[in-house]
Ligand binder design. Structure first.
Ligand code: SF4
Length: 701
C-alpha cells in the first residue's frame, strides 16, 4: 500500500502555533511530526507536541453518541442527534420566551476553530439576541486585550516571532516560556547564544527555568508589578532614555504618565516590590540602551485583579522608548491557547463584535445585523466566564451550553462553580472526552470531533492564520463543533446556518473583516494551503504578501492615530493575607501538562515529569511549619482546601506558595484542585480572575 501523504496542521496546544504534519495510520490512528517548512517551528516541537499523536490515538475516553436525561437523578441515555437537538432547541425556546434571551448562555473555548467561534457568535448575538457568549479566553488573555485596545486602539499584537531573532533586550514578565512556550524560548536562547550581549530580564516571584537564561531576575513581591514597571519607567526618564520625537508625534498622555512615575522615588518602589533598587536601575539601563527591546508576558500580568493596569504599564515602556513598529521591537503577549486570537477576531467574547467592531457602537451593531440578516444585536455586554456561573447560582441564568472546556477544573473558586451547575435548570455539554466533571451535571451530552478529525483555521499569537486539515474520521457519531451548532440553529428555526462546508463559514467571516484593521479579504482555504500560513491583515490585492509587523508607520488604531500612555495608580485589589491566611498563593503550569490534562494527562511520558500536584514553598516557611519535602500539607483559603505534597524550593519567595493549575476532581476527591482555593476577584475592566494572588493558610497534614 502507498504511504498516505501527511497533511499540514497546527499543534492544538499553546498559542505558539507550531506546524505539524499529520498522517493517517491503519485503524484510524495518526502519526504527527513537526513540519520542517512551517516558519514558526521549522520542524521542532516541545514535549507536548512531540506526544500529540498519543492523545489522538487513545480514544478510550471518547464520547461516541448523543446522550440525554430528563432528571439528573437518572443516568444519561443514548439518543439520536435529532432527539438531542430538538429537545435542546425546545428547552432554549421555552426559556427565551419566558425569561428573555439573556436567560441562556454559551461558554466556549480558546481551542475552538475560528469557524466554530464564528457560528457560535452569529447564533448567540445575531439570532438568539443575547451577548451571553464567553470563552475560557476570558481566564487567559482578556487583560491583554483591554490593554492593547486602550493603548494602541485595538486588540492587535504588533510584532512577529521573527522579531525574537532581532531583539537585543528581552523583558519576560509573569511568564515561564521555557516551560510553557518552549519553541519560542528556544529562539530567544539561540539569539543570546549568537549574540551574547543580548540582555534577558525576567520579572517573576518564582525562579523558573526561564531564569536560567536571565541576566537579571527581578523577584518581586506578588502584586507589585505596576509599581515595578513604573519605577523602571522613572529610571528611563531620569536617564533620558526616552524617544522624545516618538512621544511628541505619535503618543498622547505622556505628561500625565511622566508626572505619575516621577511622584514615587525609586527607593520607595524598590521597598514596595522587594527588589533591590540597583536591579531596577540595571533593568532600566538594559532597556534604555537596547537597539531593539521586546517584551513577552502571560498570566502573571493578565490573571490579576489589576491585570489591565499591569498591561498598560508594560506597554508604556515601549511607548516611552519608541520601541514598537520596527524590527525586533514591541510587545508580544504570549497566548496559552491555540486559537484565542482567532476567537477574538470573530468577536467570540461577551463584549466583542466580529472583526474588532465595537459592541457599544450602534453603527457597528447595525452593520453586523445587516450582514447576518438577523435581529437587532443587544447593546449590553453579556455575562463573562465567572459571571455566568454566578448568574446560574443566583437563578438569573437558566441554561448553559459548555463547548470544549472544563470549567470545574479551570474556573476560580471551583466549588462555587460546581454549586452553580448543580442549580442550573438545563446544562448542555458539547465535548470530546468523558473526563470533564461537567458531565455529572449534563442534561444533554453532544459528542464532538477532536483535532485532526475536522477542518478549519486558527490564528496564533503573532496573527498567523493557518489551515488545519481533517485527517481521520471522528469515532462513533461525533460531529465537528461547527456542524453541531449549525444543526442546533436550524432546529431553532434560524436562517443562515446551512453552510455546505467549513470553508463557506470561513469565507463569510472573511467578508465581515473587509475594511477593518484585520481585513483578510485576500484569504480563502486555497491561499492558506498554498502559502502554508499568513499573518493578518491580508487584504485582497495588497502588494505585500502579508503583514509581519503592525504600526510601522507609527499610526495607531486610536481616533487620534496616536498611541496612548495611560497612567494607572498602583492599586491593590487582591485578597490581602492576614493572620489567619498569611501566605500568598500563586498558580501556574508545569512543563509537560496542558490545561486540565484531558489530553496530556493520557500520555505516560508526560505524566512522568511531575506526576502529582504539589505545593511549592520556601524551605524557611517549611521549617517554620514543621514540614519536610514530600510531606502532605493542607492549603486552605476562605473558599476551600487542597491537600498535596510539599515541594521545597529556594526559588520561590518566602511567604509565597505555588500550586499547579492542571489537576481537577479525580477518583471522587477534589483535593488536588488548585481552584478550590483561588479567588473569584476580577479585574474591573477585563473581568479576568485573580488566579495569581489569594490569601491561604498552610498546615502540615
Ligand atoms: Fe505545541 Fe506550543 Fe509545544 Fe509548539 S510550543 S509544540 S504549539 S505546545
Amino acid at each position: 500500500m502507498p504511504t498516505p501523504t501527511p497533511k499540514p496542521s497546527i499543534c492544538c496546544y499553546c498559542g505558539v502555533g507550531c506546524g505539524v504534519l499529520v498522517a493517517p495510520l491503519p485503524g484510524g490512528d495518526v502519526s504527527v511530526v513537526g513540519n520542517p517548512d512551517y516558519p514558526v517551528n521549522r520542524g521542532a516541537l516541545c514535549s507536548k507536541g512531540l506526544n500529540l499523536q498519543y492523545t489522538v490515538n487513545d480514544r478510550s475516553d471518547r464520547l461516541l453518541h448523543p446522550q440525554m436525561r430528563y432528571s439528573r437523578t437518572r443516568p444519561l441515555q443514548r439518543v439520536s442527534w435529532d432527539e438531542a437537538l430538538q429537545r435542546t432547541a425546545a428547552v432554549f425556546k421555552t426559556f427565551i420566551a419566558k425569561y428573555g434571551p439573556d436567560s441562556v448562555a454559551f461558554y466556549a473555548s480558546g481551542q475552538c476553530l475560528t469557524e466554530e467561534y464564528y457560528v457560535l457568535n452569529k447564533l448567540m448575538k445575531g439570532f438568539i439576541g443575547s451577548n451571553n457568549l464567553d470563552t475560557n479566553s476570558r481566564l487567559c488573555m482578556s487583560s491583554a486585550v483591554v490593554g492593547y485596545k486602550m493603548a494602541l486602539g485595538e486588540d492587535s499584537v504588533p510584532v512577529c516571532y521573527d522579531d525574537l531573532d532581532l531583539a537585543d533586550c528581552f523583558l519576560v514578565a509573569g511568564a515561564n516560556p521555557a516551560w510553557c512556550h518552549p519553541i519560542l524560548w528556544r529562539r530567544v536562547e539561540a539569539r543570546k547564544a549568537a549574540h551574547p550581549a543580548t540582555k534577558v530580564i525576567v520579572i517573576d516571584p518564582r525562579a523558573t527555568d526561564t531564569c536560567a537564561l536571565a541576566d537579571l531576575h527581578l523577584q518581586l513581591i506578588p502584586g507589585t508589578d505596576v509599581v515595578l514597571l513604573q519605577a523602571i519607567a522613572r529610571v528611563l526618564l531620569e536617564n533620558g532614555d526616552v524617544d522624545a520625537d516618538f512621544l511628541a508625534h505619535h503618543t498622547e498622555g505622556y505628561e500625565t504618565y511622566r508626572a505619575l512615575v516621577l511622584a514615587r522615588p525609586v527607593a520607595e518602589s524598590a521597598a514596595l516590590c522587594g527588589v533591590p533598587e540597583a536591579d531596577i536601575r540595571l533593568a532600566a539601563s538594559y532597556i534604555g540602551s537596547a537597539q531593539a527591546f521586546l517584551s513577552m508576558w502571560t498570566m502573571g500580568l493578565n490573571q490579576s485583579a489589576v491585570g489591565v493596569d499591569k498591561n498598560l504599564c508594560l506597554l508604556n515602556l515601549h511607548l516611552l522608548t519608541g520601541q514598537i513598529g520596527r524590527p525586533g521591537a514591541g510587545p508580544l503577549s504570549l497566548t496559552g491557547q491555540p486559537n484565542a486570537m482567532g476567537g477574538r477576531e470573530v468577536g467570540g467574547l461577551s463584549n466583542l463584535l466580529p472583526a474588532h467592531r465595537n459592541l457599544a457602537n450602534p453603527a457597528h451593531r447595525a452593520e453586523v445585523q445587516q450582514f447576518w440578516g438577523s435581529g437587532p444585536l443587544a447593546a449590553q455586554p453579556g455575562y463573562t466566564a465567572t459571571e455566568m456561573f454566578e448568574a446560574l447560582e443566583a437563578g438569573r441564568l437558566k441554561a448553559i451550553w459548555i463547548v470544549c472546556t472544563n470549567p470545574l477544573t479551570s474556573l476560580p473558586n471551583a466549588r462555587q462553580a460546581e454549586a452553580a451547575l448543580a442549580k442550573a435548570k438545563f446544562v448542555v455539554v458539547q465535548e470530546v472526552s468523558s473526563q470533564p466533571q461537567t458531565l455529572t451535571y449534563a442534561d444533554v451530552v453532544l459528542p464532538a470531533a477532536a483535532w485532526a478529525e475536522k477542518e478549519g483555521t486558527m490564528t496564533n499569537s503573532e496573527r498567523r492564520i493557518s489551515h488545519l486539515a481533517k485527517v481521520v474520521d471522528a469515532p462513533g457519531e461525533a460531529l465537528p463543533d461547527a456542524e453541531i451548532i449549525c444543526r442546533f440553529a436550524q432546529a431553532m428555526g434560524f436562517p443562515g446556518f446551512d453552510y455546505p462546508s467549513p470553508e463557506a463559514i470561513y469565507l463569510e467571516h472573511i467578508r465581515l473583516t473587509a475594511g477593518t484593521s484585520l481585513d483578510s479579504t485576500g484569504l480563502n482555504y486555497s491561499t492558506l494551503k498554498e502559502r502554508g500560513s499568513v499573518q493578518w491583515p491580508y487584504r485582497a490585492g495588497q502588494a505585500a504578501p502579508d503583514t509581519p509587523r503592525l504600526f510601522t508607520d507609527h499610526r495607531f488604531y486610536t481616533p487620534s492615530g496616536r498611541a496612548v500612555l495611560h497612567a494607572p495608580a498602583a492599586s491593590f485589589r487582591s485578597e490581602a493575607p492576614d493572620e489567619e491566611f498569611p501566605f500568598v498563593l500563586t498558580t501556574g503550569r508545569i512543563r509537560d501538562q496542558w490545561h486540565t490534562m484531558t489530553k496530556t494527562g493520557k500520555v505516560s511520558k508526560l505524566t512522568k515529569h511531575l506526576p502529582q500536584a504539589f505545593l511549592e514553598l520556601h524551605p524557611q516557611d517549611a521549617e517554620a511549619l514543621g514540614v519536610a519535602e514530600g510531606e502532605l500539607v493542607t492549603v486552605s483559603s476562605r473558599r476551600g482546601e487542597v491537600r498535596v505534597a510539599a515541594r521545597l524550593s529556594v526559588g520561590i519567595r518566602p511567604g509565597v506558595v505555588f500550586l499547579p493549575m492542571h489537576w481537577g476532581r479525580q477518583l471522587g476527591s477534589d483535593l488536588n484542585r488548585a481552584n478550590n482555593v483561588t479567588s473569584g476577584t476580577l479585574d474591573p475592566l477585563s473581568k479576568e480572575p485573580d488566579f495569581k494572588f489569594c490569601a491561604v493558610q498552610v498546615v502540615k497534614y
